[in-house]
Design a protein around this ligand. Sequence first.
Ligand code: CP
Ligand code: NVA
Length: 335
Amino acid sequence: MIFQGKSFLAEKDFTKDELQYLIDFSKHLKNLKKRGIPHRYLEGQNIALLFEKNSTRTRAAFTVAANDLGAHPEFLGANDIQLGSKESVSDTAKVLGSMFDGIEYRGSSQDVVESLAEHAGVPVWNGLTDDWHPTQMIADFLTIQENFGYLEGINLVYCGDGRNNVANSLLVTGAILGTNVRIVSPKELQPEEKVVAFAQKFAADSGAKLVVTDSVEEGVSNADVLYTDVWVSMGEEEKFAERIELLLPYQVNQKMIELAQNEDVIFMHCLPAFHDTNTKYAKDILEKFGLQEMEVTDEVFNGKYAQQFEQAENRLHSIKAIMAATSGNLFITKV
Ligand code: CP
Ligand code: NVA
């Protein structure tokens, strides 16, 4: 039972076949959900949801997934428990692990989620750290597979902040799965050397071609997927001025879509996105910097290539697959 009891902390801990299994299992669970067929693999379990950073999709997906699987989710926010302020990570892990059957964690530190996993004795799922966003990847590659039918050889182009959690995860996951990944970012925001070196090792096995470039023309040509994320990630809010200056040429707009020269290109975004001024945050940016849109224009966001809401829904099915595979006692002996 290869997944049972295992934590889901970073993509690198899983083989190509294992990641592909989770993608295909997500598709299966999506189908069961749409057809109203019960899939209560975690009947009677209790799941802790630790969020030190805000979330809409990840929190909603873990909550609904737990309920659909027959488990009870319990939300434990940053100010609700003693973690980090009065109690160490390892002590918290031992206590939660003695009561809960699985623990989701979202916060800044990859070390914290790894330490939770080391001490909890139950599966721990990484709901986003500053380094990686692995549950997002199963949803994203499911979305790509749904659109194109396959993953190997697809040109996935990520434009924007190339050294954030989502860019890191796309690079490594694509490299494992055989999807060509291009990170298109200004030099100052390109992925760390160690992440690229790491991804290259996987690419040598899978045949994925990896490119890191600051040239939009070079990076975007023949793209099958144009992917972007916010220019300023959670916890970096003081960096708006410098990011806007560096990243404006990397905005995903209609002109960039045309540069792909591919009628079948799709647009993806992990969300939330700054594509209009309908949020408090965006109004603030408009006032300070005169910008109405940031990483993606409203035209592209609402255009015919956009897949971000299908991608968001897929968070539910993929998180469900990850939870069921690791905590559901399923008969998966080999993939
Ligand atoms: N994509 C994503 O993780 O969204 P949330 O921050 O809303 O969970
Ligand atoms: N890079 C973003 C992803 C949000 C889902 C952040 O960390 O804020």
